[in-house]
Design a protein. Structure first.
Length: 192
């Protein structure tokens, strides 16, 4: 079945098309979410939100890109939205604690569980350090780095997902690598 027929079947809400969508994209979406939010439970929740959004928005899909690119874009946006909400909650809790209305901060961390298959580091501490460093990058660099280096997508597809030119993606990637070198060098210098 070609992609156009598949998209039309999704728009017509055919059960077989939905099943195929889940089968083909479930692991890819989960791994993308896990790349941004390296906590299994949170990534699973975000992945579910991605599929709800895909089902809800398939009628608005224009076909200007591949279906996979559109789904990656939704996955990236939902992951970033989750991170922003979590950071807002932490800031709010911090402000309340300053004024005496203590709210216990969420004890779980983005970095408590590292099971992403793209990360083949020998121990959890190194991967935790790397993910903390990645999350310190400016958002545009973090997105490009995560999609290219962790999810293994080619520059062309990263450009389509982020709606940037390939040269912009390459430039962001270059800056991300330089910034990561600085962040990790400072981390290890302070650890010694």
């Amino acid at each position: 079945m070609d992609e156009t027929t598949f998209i039309n079947d999704l728009r017509e809400e055919k059960q077989a098309a939905y099943s195929r969508l889940i089968t083909e994209y479930e692991q890819r979406v989960f791994h993308t979410c896990l790349s941004f939010v390296p906590n299994k439970e949170d990534a699973e929740d975000i992945a579910q939100e991605v599929f709800v959004e895909v089902f809800r928005s398939i009628h608005t899909f224009k076909g200007n890109s591949k279906l996979s690119t559109w789904i990656y874009r939704i996955s990236t946006n939902k992951s970033l939205e989750f991170i922003r909400k979590k950071n807002t909650k932490k800031r709010f809790a911090f402000m309340q604690s300053i004024f005496g209305n203590e709210i216990p901060l969420d004890k779980t961390s983005y970095f408590t569980e590292m099971n992403h298959p793209g990360i083949l580091l020998e121990n959890k501490e190194k991967s935790e350090t790397i993910f903390k460093a990645i999350h310190q990058l400016p958002e545009a660099q973090r997105i490009v780095f995560t999609l290219h280096k962790i999810d293994g997508l080619p520059y062309k597809e990263v450009a389509e997902i982020t709606e940037k030119s390939v040269s912009s993606v390459e430039s962001l990637m270059f800056r991300a690598k330089k910034n990561l070198q600085k962040i990790l060098a400072n981390f290890y210098k302070n650890e010694i």
